[in-house]
Design a protein around this ligand. Structure first.
Ligand SMILES: NC(=O)c1ccc[n+]([C@@H]2O[C@H](COP(=O)([O-])OP(=O)(O)OC[C@H]3O[C@@H](n4cnc5c(N)ncnc54)[C@H](OP(=O)(O)O)[C@@H]3O)[C@@H](O)[C@H]2O)c1
Length: 316
């Protein structure tokens, strides 16, 4: 009887041993790659070798402004090209940054809510050696709302798709050909954690950000062999004008802190949450918790926010 039991246990023993060994290898791999990304980082990426110019869309505030500063502070990347809506704000930011880093800046004021702006941008970019493009410009809801209750829904849809989606495709169309000719360049597309799963009551925003994520990951595979880095960046909350978060915390960092962390992942991850606490949140919400629960909880949180917002507005 003992011999029969031993014979039956042997295969089970090996199944168990192989499972434990592969889990241990997987854990070791995750630890080593986590250490490489979040501790060592990829600090040397922004170098003069990439190209003289960095172009940042939506660069007068929040995350885009921090990218413009970080890129500009990098040795060798001397020039930044910033695109936003208000010329006055652009001039302010350019002057402040020129004082800080004494490097040249060009600006162009366009409304990314329109689709007829790209020939103007193309003219401005003509002949420039662009090393970095940050497709950052984006708009969200002013408060979470059910689709059919969104004020001025028709214009809301057009504007959000033009700003969040069309701008990414068109700016890439203008910049990528010369990067491909020179076999170098970095394109950072700012998606959002809201693009990792549907977020009810922010449905259009979340869908546009899923587009940006898919676009970036597909394009990265198309142009990887030509030496181009295209990264999909999916932040959770960052304390900016968009989120109206005034007090930064560990999980809701300042844009400066977020961007500094994000830049050290470029070249190491083609899809990233960009900041260690956000990477943990990304892992929990995509790998640990079933997506139906994440969607359910997202809807609950946004319904509460919507009620609070509408009550405050009525009180006013
Ligand atoms: N903050 C977050 O928690 C968070 C989280 C995930 C993803 N994101 C994404 O990160 C990106 C930046 O967000 P943020 O929080 O930094 O936003 P923000 O503080 O509201 O800044 C947005 C920038 O875009 C410009 N902009 C807005 N609409 C424009 C238009 N129609 N035409 C031209 N420029 C326009 C604004 O400049 P003007 O107003 O001067 O034109 C400003 O410079 C967005 O794509 C957003 O979806 C943010």
């Amino acid at each position: 009887v003992e011999e029969t039991l031993r014979a039956a246990e042997a295969p089970l023993f090996w199944v168990g041993a192989c499972t434990v060994a592969s889990l241990a290898l997987w854990l070791l791999y995750r630890l080593v790659s986590g250490f490489r990304i979040w501790v060592l980082g990829n600090g040397s990426l922004l170098s003069p070798k990439l190209g003289k110019w960095a172009v940042v869309t939506g660069a007068t505030d929040g995350i885009g402004k921090s990218y413009a500063e970080e890129v500009r502070a990098a040795p060798g990347v001397a020039l930044a090209w910033q695109i936003s809506r208000s010329q006055e704000k652009l001039a302010d930011v350019a002057a402040t940054l020129k004082e800080l880093y004494s490097v040249e800046t060009k600006t162009i004021a366009v409304d990314f809510g329109r689709s007829d702006i790209y020939s103007k941008i193309e003219e401005g970019l003509a002949g420039l050696e662009i090393g970095v493009l940050v497709n950052n410009v984006g708009v969200s809801y002013s408060y979470p709302e059910y689709y059919l209750h969104i004020p001025d829904l028709e214009n809301f849809i057009t504007n959000m798709i033009h700003v969040n989606v069309t701008s990414v495709c068109q700016m890439t169309r203008l910049v990528l050909p010369r990067m491909a000719d020179r076999s170098r360049g970095v394109i950072l597309n700012i998606s959002s954690a809201s693009g990792m799963y549907p977020v009810p009551l922010l449905t259009v925003y979340s869908a546009t950000k899923a587009f940006v994520d898919f676009f970036s990951r597909g394009l990265q595979e198309e142009y990887r062999r030509q030496g181009i880095i295209i990264q999909s960046v999916l932040p959770f909350f960052v304390a900016t004008k968009m989120t109206r978060i005034r007090k930064p915390t560990l999980d809701k960092p300042t844009p400066e802190r977020y961007v500094a962390a994000e830049l050290s992942t470029v070249g190491l991850q083609s899809q990233t949450n960009g900041y260690f606490p956000h990477a943990v949140m990304g892992w929990v919400t995509t790998k640990l918790v079933p997506s139906s629960i994440v969607i359910f909880l997202g809807a609950r949180m946004n319904r509460l926010q919507r009620t609070g917002y509408l009550q405050r507005r009525r009180l006013r």
